[in-house]
Design a protein around this ligand. Structure first.
Ligand code: KIV
Ligand code: ZN
Length: 515
């Protein structure tokens, strides 16, 4: 059998992904994701943008010191100060890469940088040479490459390689390219510089503004690119980046056509998707390819019949391959601790004995209210246990009155350091009344800037999941709550966010994005 061409997976969940409006991660949360990316076996982790904030510097340093197998990469503008910050942040890395970018398209040159081609070229060469004194791996991205004049792109790519760049990344920064066009561009670059995709890594980085990020990346792979930049769940600036799971599963499922392979451990995909969604507070749309809740559910009777006769009639991928258990119905209220523990382990969670006990208590409470407990319900409970933070403010009880024609009201009791505090408030709706009552007790002056509700599973007794984002004293913090009662889930999400702030008052919040 001929050896298949390997495509390197460069994961930028922790850099471009974290630039998603609303996603903000603490250094600890970033390290948790980086460890999972290591288990996923990606080749490169772009851990952050060290010069952008002290929190970023700390996160990249922590990841560099603790995540040893993949190459750890830091992003840098084409200036010595950023390059120096990357050098410092990556000092403890086992394998490191510097990623420098500089815009090359006419619109960016004229309006953003106010520099001509000659100046851009000189700036790139000078700074790549400077970086080459300390870095063996240097990746250069001509930002907005897909809208750059082809002859200038060829010229600057060649100059960057001559100056010391070991990888060239071609970004479709604004998601403007069409797959055929983008594939042709990659062909052109390889024709003009045959070392690309061989001695020099040829990478692509596609944004999803027209929903074409995965297609453009794959067209580039077919044209000779040997690295793809992508993010878990496709999160990223604006409409996001190419999604890791879509890229690797297409390469795997259509190896007959793609004739290449990746080293990604497919069975870790579901876990990675859920952890990223949980920690960023960004829910995955139910019909999202590969990792959406509905991606392997068959609703139509004809489809179900077909799948029961032969799974492949309506399923092109085996859900077990990406780490789903494959089972739909799960535990119920008669299940014992042993069955619970076996299922927890099968889902890939490793909980300490005390965490397992607490999760089991919550499972039993839920099973009293809900006939069937699906894997997704269980994972919601388990994620809560893993991400547990001290419950400074704890919900003791709540009473909500919502009557047609009358203003809703809520009475909330919270326990705080052993004391119970109570307040009553009216509001525009029941959730608003609850939040106002909480504020009367807590006085955090939090401003609710996002509220999202979705059901974790289907059915009338589904577990509701609420994600909120609060702004407190200029910092943003996300909170998540689950319950079969959506008002209670809303209250739990709000308290979760307040408790996060109490536990970690130094949270960096969303940094203004310099890219
Ligand atoms: O989209 C983009 O151009 C980027 C670069 C920094 C690679 O994110
Ligand atoms: Zn980008």
């Amino acid at each position: 059998m001929t050896q298949q061409r390997k495509i390197h997976i460069f994961d930028t969940t922790l850099r471009d992904g974290e630039q998603s409006p609303g996603a903000s991660l603490t250094p600890d949360e970033k390290l948790k994701i980086a460890r999972l990316l290591e288990r996923l076996n990606v080749d490169v982790i772009e851990a952050g943008f060290p010069a952008s904030s002290p929190g970023e510097m700390e996160a990249v340093d922590m990841i560099a010191a603790n995540v040893r197998r993949p190459v750890i990469c830091g992003l840098s503008r084409m200036i010595p100060r950023d390059i120096d910050a990357c050098r410092q942040a990556l000092e403890r890395a086992a394998k490191k890469r510097l990623h420098v970018f500089l815009a090359t398209s006419q619109i960016h040159r004229d309006f953003k940088l106010k520099k001509d081609k000659k100046e851009i070229l000189a700036m790139a060469v000078k700074n790549i040479r400077y970086a080459a004194q300390d870095f063996k791996q240097i990746e250069f991205s001509p930002e907005d490459a897909s809208r750059t004049e082809h002859d200038f792109l060829v010229q600057i790519v060649r100059a960057a390689i001559d100056a010391g760049a070991t990888s060239i990344n071609i970004p479709d920064t604004v998601g403007y390219a069409i797959p055929e066009e983008f594939g042709d561009l990659i062909h052109l670059l390889v024709r003009k510089n045959p070392a690309l995709g061989k001695k020099v890594v040829l990478s692509v980085h596609c944004h999803n503004d027209l929903g074409l990020a995965t297609s453009n990346s794959l067209a580039a792979v077919l044209a000779g690119a040997n690295q793809v930049e992508c993010t878990v769940n496709g999160i990223g600036e604006r409409a996001g980046n190419a999604s890791l799971e879509e890229i690797v599963m297409t390469i795997d499922t259509r190896k007959d056509f793609m004739h290449c392979t990746t080293d990604v451990k497919l069975s870790e995909i579901t876990k990675a998707s859920r952890l990223v969604s949980h920690l960023t507070g960004m829910a995955v749309q139910p019909n999202k390819a590969i990792v959406g809740r509905n991606a392997f559910w068959h609703a139509s009777g004809i489809h179900q019949d077909g799948v029961l006769k032969k799974r492949q009639t309506y399923e092109i991928m085996d859900p077990k391959k990406i780490g789903l258990s494959g089972s739909q119905l799960m535990l119920g209220k008669l299940s014992g601790k042993h069955a619970f523990e076996v299922r927890v382990k099968k889902l890939g969670f490793q909980l300490a004995a005390e965490e397992l006990d607490q999760a089991f208590v919550r499972f039993k409470k839920l099973a009293d209210k809900k006939k069937y407990i699906f894997d997704e319900d269980l994972e919601a409970i388990l994620q809560d246990e893993i991400a547990k933070i001290p419950e400074t403010w704890k919900l003791a009880s709540m009473k909500v009155v919502s009557e047609t024609g009358k203003q809703p009201s809520a009475g909330i009791s919270l326990s705080y350091e052993g004391q119970v505090k109570e307040a009553v408030s009216t509001g525009d709706g029941p959730v608003d009344a609850c939040y106002k009552a909480i504020e009367k007790i807590v006085h955090s002056e939090a401003r609710l800037i996002h509220y999202g509700l979705q059901s974790v599973t289907g059915g009338k007794d589904a577990l509701g999941e609420v994600l909120v984002k609060l702004e407190i004293g200029g910092k943003e913090v996300t909170g998540r709550g689950t319950s079969t009662d959506i008002i209670e889930a809303s209250v739990r999400a709000y308290l979760f966010a307040l408790n996060k702030i109490s536990a970690n008052p130094q949270r960096s919040g969303d940094q203004p994005s310099p890219v």
